[in-house]
Structures are given as structure tokens and as C-alpha cells.
Design a protein around this ligand. Structure first.
Ligand SMILES: Nc1ncnc2c1ncn2[C@@H]1O[C@H](COP(=O)(O)OP(=O)(O)OP(=O)(O)O)[C@@H](O)[C@H]1O
Ligand SMILES: [Mg+2]
Length: 222
């Protein structure tokens, strides 16, 4: 499966989640590739802080990179793409290459999700790739912020549901990234680890179901 973490907005947690979901999959024994599709190179910088990485990391931040990304992904069981902020065309390529697009959103941005460029790009991609799945993940959530059921229902109705797992704002996430560690290495047994495990499981499960797909697929599946 190819999973892209994409959001045009900067700083929503794309790289943090990409690295740690890749780590969770590698920990489960999968052969994993992480494509750094951001020319800022945050994921590559993270990797450069280490002797070795639990998964392969390559940098590929070009427009029209979809085909090459898919070709490279064929040698791995799972591929994670860490998407760029702002770079529209690169983001489009990331989406096109994917089976599952995860949009990390901060709780404060929940009300504006529908008009987001990234959502539009996903919809466009779903028009000709109806099997493309997509979900928001609430990221950097502060404490006990409640994500209302009505908001989840609204998102689901719009074809892009909010995943059940929320990722809280937690110091170890930031620390581990700065130290070139995965959350599993930096804070074993922590709540941050269970969040990443739950998110990974949820993505894997949905990836194998017909839910969360585009409008055409829904019709095709009855
Ligand atoms: N759950 C979290 N808890 C605490 N800090 C976080 C969390 N997620 C991300 N951060 C911090 O927020 C900042 C932005 O996170 P990250 O780099 O993952 O976002 P991004 O979407 O990849 O950003 P960009 O758009 O610039 O690529 C980083 O300093 C990171 O350490
Ligand atoms: Mg990033």
C-alpha cells in the first residue's frame, strides 16, 4: 500500500506522522520505503541524524513524480510519502501515486476543511482513481479537545471521514524528531506510541476495505 501524508498547510504533522507510521510498519516486519517529497527535506534530515534507519528513505520532490514513486514502491510492502506544504503540483503527484491519502489537520482548522485545496486535489484524483481512499487525522490536538460527532459526520458526508485516532500535541513527538529517533525508540510504552500504533492499524484496516473511497467507487460497489 502507498500512503501519503498530505496537506498544503505547513506544520500540521505530515513529517512526524510519516516517519512514525513508517517506523510502526517496519516494526511489524514490513519492508518499508519512505519517500520524502518535500524539498525542505525534513524527513531526510531526520534520517541523516542516524547511523541507519529502520526503513529506506529516499528524497523525491518533483512534479510528475507519481510514476517513479509507484515504480520504486513496487519493491516494498508499504510506502509512505511525506508530502510538501505549498508545492501544489508535487502534492498532486503524491496523491495520484497513493492508495490512501491521510490529511493531518489541526483541530483549529476543522471548520475550514471543506474548502481546502488539498481536499479538492483528492476529489479530482478520485474522479479517475475511484479506489483512492482518504481520511483526515486530527493532529497536534491539545488535551481533551472534543472533536464533535457532528464534525465527523459532516466530514464523512463530504466523502473524507475523520479517522478515529487523534494524535495529541506531545513533547516526545517533537523531541524524538529533533534527535533523529522514532517515537518507539524515544518514548517506548508512552501514550504517543499507542497513538501511532492505533493510527497505523486504522490506516491498514481501512486500506483493505471499500469504505473511504471516492464517489464513483461507492456507486460501483453499490
Ligand atoms: N503531535 C505532535 N506533538 C508535538 N509536536 C508536534 C506534533 N506533531 C508535530 N509536531 C511538531 O510540529 C512541528 C511541525 O511538525 P511536522 O514537521 O511533522 O509538520 P509538517 O506538516 O511536516 O510540516 P511542513 O509542512 O513544514 O512539512 C515540528 O516541530 C514537530 O516536531
Ligand atoms: Mg514536513
Amino acid at each position: 500500500m502507498i500512503i501519503a501524508f498530505v496537506n498544503q498547510k505547513g506544520g500540521t504533522g505530515k513529517t512526524t506522522l510519516s516517519v512514525n507510521v513508517a517506523a510502526a510498519l517496519a516494526k511489524s516486519g514490513f519492508k518499508v520505503l519512505l519517500i520524502d517529497a518535500d524539498k525542505q527535506g525534513s524527513a531526510s534530515t531526520w534520517a541523516s541524524l542516524r547511523q541507519e534507519t529502520p526503513f529506506q528513505v529516499v528524497s523525491m520532490a518533483r512534479e510528475n513524480m507519481a510514476r517513479d514513486a509507484m515504480k520504486m514502491a513496487a519493491d516494498y510492502q508499504h510506502t509512505i510519502i511525506d508530502g510538501p506544504p505549498h508545492a501544489q503540483e508535487v502534492a498532486r503527484s503524491c496523491i495520484i501515486a497513493s492508495d490512501f491519502v491521510v490529511l493531518p489537520i489541526e483541530p483549529s482548522g476543522l471548520s475550514t476543511w471543506a474548502s481546502d485545496l488539498t481536499v479538492k486535489q483528492v476529489r479530482e484524483a478520485q474522479e479517475y482513481k475511484p479506489t483512492l481512499k482518504c481520511g483526515f487525522v486530527v493532529s497536534r490536538k491539545i488535551g481533551k479537545t472534543v472533536i464533535g460527532r457532528d464534525i465527523r459526520a459532516m466530514a464523512a458526508e463530504a466523502g473524507i471521514p475523520i479517522l478515529k485516532t487523534d494524535i495529541e500535541q506531545r513533547v516526545p513527538f517533537a523531541e524524538s524528531m529533533t534527535m533523529g529517533q522514532t517515537i518507539f525508540e524515544w518514548a517506548p510504552g508512552s501514550p504517543a506510541v499507542s497513538e501511532i500504533n492505533r493510527l497505523t492499524l486504522e490506516i491498514m484496516r481501512y486500506g483493505n476495505e471499500d469504505v473511504l473511497t471516492g464517489p464513483e467507487a461507492k456507486t460501483a460497489n453499490g
